[in-house]
Structure formats: structure tokens, C-alpha cells
Design a protein around this ligand. Structure first.
Ligand SMILES: Cc1cc2nc3c(=O)[nH]c(=O)nc-3n(C[C@H](O)[C@H](O)[C@H](O)COP(=O)(O)O)c2cc1C
Length: 219
């Protein structure tokens, strides 16, 4: 693995929240598959992969997001691709979903039950995320942001712009996608979105806090 640090730093410097896309430029299918693969390969707590990546290219659906997606409305006409990231609901230690995490790893019988008992202790005692549907959803949503970050960085590495999106009226956007038959709201909810494409003009770089303020070494 020999990627230069400078190349990676250049990509991080290039990446900036893109609010104005060049509508005439489309990302190739090959590049989009690469970006989505970075999401799929991302790490997640206990390997749960509690996500789905929905690529929305349908104009009517994109238009319907505009009045209920204040953070993305201005990007929907011109971004090349819109990826809606879903997080799994109710991924509790005793769910079929979590059982399948262990089955995918080849566990069965007593080993599988022991694994689920560990998940129970982890979710109930350590992370305190099994308390209710919201805490469980938030746990899954946290994992999806790792995929989000990886997709944006990987896109930047090949010169593709992006903008993460949380500026949504979540209840209404979830309802819109449910009505459109995109997902079952008992199983999935929207965690975040990300637009991808090519910038129409230079983006003024946002300042960052100084390193002394955000990095603390304990030696
Ligand atoms: C989780 C998340 C949600 C965001 N939601 C929106 C959004 O809805 N609309 C938008 O234009 N920018 C959104 N942003 C972009 C941020 O405003 C931006 O990343 C931040 O100001 C830093 O600027 P930079 O990305 O250019 O470095 C979001 C960023 C993150 C990480």
C-alpha cells in the first residue's frame, strides 16, 4: 500500500462542501460504483453493516425532496448523484438482524448464542443503546456516518465533489420515501444523504480550529 501522504492531504484539502454543481457533468457509472464500494467496505460496530445506500436519480422524487429538504434543495437539480443513506431500525441484540451478523461469520449453535449474549451486554450495559427505538436507530446511524466519510474522501481522491446532508425535515422525507415504496419504515430510516458531482465554481475553504485546540496528547 503506497499512497503518498501528500496525495491524501491534497484530497482532504480539495474536499469541501459543494453547494453549486455543474449540471452538465455526470459521474461515470464506474466511478459511482467505486464510491458506493467504499461505503460497502466501511467498518461498522461488530460488523453490523446497518446501512443501505439508495441512489436517487429519479427526477420526480428529487423534486419532491426540495420543499422538505432545506439543506439539499439547491443541489438537487445539478448534482450528478444523490445517495440517501438508510440506517437499520431496531438492530437489538435479540433481533434477526443481529443474529444474521453472527451467521454471516459462520457461527451457529452455542457459539451463536454466546455471541448474542455478548451483544446484549454490549448494547445494554456498555453502550446503553438498547433502551429504546431512538437509541438503537442512533447507534445504527452513527455507523452510517463512517461510510459517508469514506465515500466523500474516496470521491475527493479521484476529483469528485460531494456535500453531506442533514438539512432535512426527517419525518416528511421518510414519509416521502415510504410512499414511493423505496423502503419499509419498520425496518429502515434515513440517517443522512450525500450529493456527488463536479463543482461549478471554486469553493472558499472553511477555516479549521488550530491543532492545539482539537488535539490533546496524554503521555
Ligand atoms: C453530517 C453533516 C451534515 C451536513 N448537512 C448539510 C446540509 O444539509 N446542507 C449543506 O449545504 N451542507 C451540509 N453540511 C456541510 C457542512 O456545513 C460543512 O461540511 C462544514 O461547514 C465544513 O465545511 P467544509 O465541508 O467545506 O470543510 C453537512 C455536513 C455534515 C458533516
Amino acid at each position: 500500500m503506497t499512497v503518498s501522504k501528500q496525495d491524501v492531504l491534497n484530497a482532504f484539502t480539495f474536499r469541501a462542501a459543494c453547494r453549486h454543481y455543474d449540471g452538465s457533468r455526470k459521474i461515470s457509472r464506474e466511478d459511482m460504483d467505486y464510491i458506493l464500494e467504499l461505503g460497502r467496505l466501511s467498518p461498522s460496530s461488530v460488523g453490523s453493516e446497518p446501512w443501505k445506500f439508495v441512489v436517487v436519480q429519479n427526477k420526480a422524487l428529487r423534486d419532491a425532496i426540495k420543499p422538505i429538504g432545506w439543506g439539499v434543495a439547491g443541489q438537487l437539480d445539478d448534482c450528478s448523484h444523490l445517495v440517501v443513506i438508510l440506517a437499520k431500525k431496531n438492530a437489538r441484540y435479540d433481533s434477526e438482524f443481529m443474529r444474521n451478523v453472527l451467521i454471516r461469520r459462520g457461527l451457529s449453535g452455542e457459539q451463536l448464542e454466546a455471541g448474542l449474549a455478548k451483544y446484549k451486554a454490549f448494547q445494554v450495559n456498555d453502550m446503553k443503546q438498547a433502551a429504546n427505538e431512538q437509541t438503537l436507530f442512533d447507534w445504527a446511524a452513527k455507523q452510517t456516518y463512517i461510510a459517508l466519510g469514506n465515500m466523500m474522501t474516496g470521491a475527493a481522491l479521484i476529483g469528485i465533489d460531494s456535500c453531506p446532508i442533514e438539512g432535512l425535515e426527517y419525518d416528511k422525507v421518510n414519509q416521502l420515501f415510504t410512499d414511493a415504496g423505496v423502503f419499509d419504515p419498520a425496518e429502515w430510516g434515513i440517517a443522512t444523504m450525500c450529493t456527488f458531482g463536479y463543482r461549478a465554481k471554486d469553493i472558499a475553504k472553511k477555516a479549521r480550529k488550530p491543532v492545539e485546540e482539537v488535539v490533546q496528547w496524554v503521555e
